[in-house]
Write a protein that binds this ligand. Structure first.
Ligand SMILES: [Fe+2]
Length: 204
């Protein structure tokens, strides 16, 4: 092997080791959050767990090797998800989401607890309240979620939101969901319709 190729290989091994160490640090922090929780079967009811997940996310933001360049690659028509880590005991999954300008999630609640942090760029988060009478979500407010923002929410329709990249720059966020890896596509988002205005209200 020639010298430049050998150096490139060493650099790749070094980067992979740094990434693995960063993933291990995050998983250790999440494991500690579970251990601090008095209701591990339903951790979303435990304030210490929520605090532990938020702290784990905050530390992860300062760990640049956690999300590799390949895990920062986006798509054009929708946000792209990259799996970062899955818990060996099936308690959580960590993913990076890459948002191109204009990408947005559907309006959704969650079937499980989840936490997220904005790594790069700025997302707009719109919060909703469930309108039982109209069987839809109605807008409460929107706010910008810049790099460094951290959030945690429990399952259920008390926490309905939509994330979108309304900026002209790519954004990357880190998400932790309380499901095993194979359920991330099917058991996390509870996609909800927007509440339709009644004909009477629309006419006013
Ligand atoms: Fe969400």
């Amino acid at each position: 092997m020639n010298a430049p190729a050998e150096l490139a290989l060493l650099a790749a091994v070094h980067t992979a080791e740094q990434h693995a160490a960063a993933v291990a640090r995050l998983c250790a922090a999440l494991d500690a959050a579970f251990e601090a929780c008095s209701t591990p079967h339903d951790p979303s009811r435990c304030a210490r767990f929520a605090r532990g997940v938020r702290e784990a996310l905050a530390h992860a933001l300062a760990d640049p090797a956690l999300v590799t360049p390949a895990q920062r690659e986006g798509a054009t028509d929708t946000y792209r998800r990259h799996l970062i880590a899955t818990d060996g005991r099936g308690r959580y999954t960590v993913a990076a989401l890459v948002w191109q300008p204009g990408n947005a999630s559907p309006i959704h609640a969650h079937h499980t607890w989840c936490g997220y942090a904005v790594l790069d760029g700025t997302l707009t988060e719109t919060l909703y309240a469930w309108d039982q009478a109209r069987q839809g979500a109605s807008v409460v407010r929107s706010h910008a979620r810049a790099g460094g923002a951290v959030a945690f929410g429990g399952p259920g329709r008390a926490n309905i939101h939509r994330l979108a990249n309304g900026s002209d720059k790519e954004a990357v966020s880190l998400h932790i969901y309380g499901v095993p890896g194979e359920r991330i596509s099917t058991h996390v988002n509870d996609v909800l319709p927007l509440a339709q205005e009644s004909a009477e209200a629309a006419a006013r």
